[in-house]
Design a binder for this molecule. Sequence first.
Ligand SMILES: Cc1cc2nc3c(=O)[nH]c(=O)nc-3n(C[C@H](O)[C@H](O)[C@H](O)COP(=O)(O)O)c2cc1C
Ligand code: SF4
Length: 782
Amino acid sequence: MLMSQKYGCTQHQLQRTVYFNTPLAKMLSFFVIIVLCISRVSTFDTKVSQNARSPSESYLISIWQNRLYLYSAAALVFGIWFSLKLVLRKKSFSKDVGPWVYKAVKSNDSPDRDTSVHVSGVKIFYGSQTGTAKGFAEELSEEVKTLGIPAEVIDIKDYDPDDQLADECTNKSVCVFLVATYTDGQPTENAEWFCKWLEEASTDFRYGKTYLKGLRYAVFGLGNSVYVGHYNTVGKNVDKWLWMLSGMRIMTRGEGDCNVVKSRNGSIQADFVAWKVRFLKRLLALAKGEKKSCSGNCKTGGSCKNKRKDGQEKGEEEEEEEKAALQNNSSEEDLIESSSDEEDSGLQDEKNSGSVVDMEDLGKIMNSAKKAKSKEEGRGDGQMVKLSKLNGVKKIEDDGERREMITPALRGALTKQGYKLIGSHSGVKLCRWTKSMLRGRGGCYKHTFYGIESHRCMETTPSLACANKCVFCWRHHTNPVGTEWRWKMDPAEKILQDALEKHQSMIRQFRGVPGVKPERYEEGLAVKHCALSLVGEPIMYPEINTFIRLLHSHRISSFLVTNAQFPKEIRSLVPVTQLYVSVDASTKDSLKKIDRPLFKDFWPRFLDSLRALGEKRQRTVYRLTLVKAWNVEEMQSYSELIALGQPDFIEVKGVTYCGESSASSLTMANVPWHQEVVAFVQQLADMLPQYEIACEHEHSNCLLMAHTKFKVDGEWWTWIDYERFQELVQAHEESGGQQGFSALDYMAKTPSWALFGANEQGFDPADTRFQRRNKTKDISGC
Ligand SMILES: Cc1cc2nc3c(=O)[nH]c(=O)nc-3n(C[C@H](O)[C@H](O)[C@H](O)COP(=O)(O)O)c2cc1C
Ligand code: SF4
């Protein structure tokens, strides 16, 4: 209406113009004009001789006499109109979707033509030191473009995999990695961060095994076979890590060899050209929408899902099957491009060879290793034990007779999961929140609740062993289990020193990484907090008290989490900044189901541990993990457990899904929504007059209930004055334990953004929130 007024015409006029402009209307008018012209010419010839007839009779007769001209004119007009239409349609279609898809559709004989875009573009990443890979990337890009497919060359150092890689799963791009290998199998400088990130992600359950599902990729490695043992390691690894995250390899990995004697095609350039030809062929097939499945001739024989029996229909989800086939067949050697047509082979052996050992298998490895050792030594598990002087944990008297907690198999598996192992029973790992805060993207929920500076926090454990096999344990039972200390023991000084060194070296790898704040990087090198919660049960380590004292002497705060199975050890523990017990369930039955404890008397131990916590004077916390349909219904029992231990704080968080595992039956359906956690906490708070909801960390699905003694003049003091704590604990030590202190002596005021109900929902406004593509892959922290 507005438009018609603006241009001074009525809607009716507009409609008429539109009708007139349709191709059919144009054709009809053209036809009428031609008919009129022809008839006029022919009637002029006969006018003179047929003067006697009436004008209408003459007109009709002339039309009849010239009917042949009319038919021809009509046929001519229709022919011109039809050809014009065809040309116009072809032009607009090829302009919209690109000639490669157009060609694909053109060559498709199927009646229902697929007009969707199958490849939106090709991203060519290069990891190059002296320019060969970069040159190849540019060459490939040009050739891809000549096919009408957009291509982009990307220096891999300018790409942030954490932010961007998951997006490639859905944007229909194809990612190509051209990566060179250098001394000792290391990546080039520009690919260092990408490789490090990818390796960690591939073994970190928090990303999940399917993190890159949908990503289509191809790898060409550049190397020199004279470097025996490290030949093309980077290409192999990148290919393997992408695959482990469920990326879809579109063709076998290519390997370029600078060693002309051994190079398959005579030179690295020729190797690249051979691979490139195959790549372009595959790319065109993908652009046409073709799906390539395993030939069925792979080495797995019967187990290959794509192996067809005669006359058998292929499965319904062809693409899924293709993926399964890719991942199920043949061994590492088949992954390297060969002259044979049998490509798309898989990497099952890679998985089985220890890169990710199934957690249950690890348990078996541990058990059989234990049994073998016991047999060898002619004794069972009933070893001589003696109580440690340092705390109550039993330990074997003679160190010489004990075995190491970390076996070589376990060491390999844990190392591949990103743990930095220390000595024979300890470990350290860089927490995701430490990385997040280094980049100014917010800290963990302990930053919100207690003022922990996540970028200065070291997550470690002096005991990888544990006495539970919790269903939601994010280590999936890679760690050994046991009810008492029966291993060789490393001194606390050595563990701390190594932990600090390894943590610092992991922080150093963030130097210059895109997004890392220089001031946070500098601060991160000086550890201020230690979260003793990485894996296992720290309190099992017989020298845990020495370890804690050492932390405090370095002015490092201590947050210790125990599984509430060692009440004696809790009682004999020296003051820690904050002591946690995990309260994973509120009844005996659900605790057994969720924690799967090794102790037969696990329930009395659990209750006594809570009582022991109640006797502590420093800050204490219950950590409740809500597992929907498992433990959320037990409100009354929870309130009774809280009365038993009278903790200062109660953290309530929704369980984090750790991905599928044979070790856990937990599914996404067990993960409560944030609003469900809030509703649970509100109900619980109604039953506990001494507690109120103080803080919230929405992006970890976590809330904090605090005892009202931390609410001073209507304001919450849930944060910690870390300096004050260090002074108090030092005075306590110097007085030989005489000078006590309590939780209220080192509390600090909670900032407004951290409070429950604040607009920020627990996100520090000093940082910038980064939304993950997949929220279910977010994690709450230790
Ligand atoms: C100092 C040096 C060390 C190398 N180390 C390895 C190695 O360990 N394994 C390997 O396969 N290739 C190795 N190479 C070969 C390179 O990967 C190969 O020359 C490659 O084409 C270099 O690619 P760029 O020019 O893109 O950096 C090394 C080359 C140099 C110069
Ligand atoms: S989640 Fe735990 S280890 Fe990570 S920064 Fe927070 S307190 Fe430290």
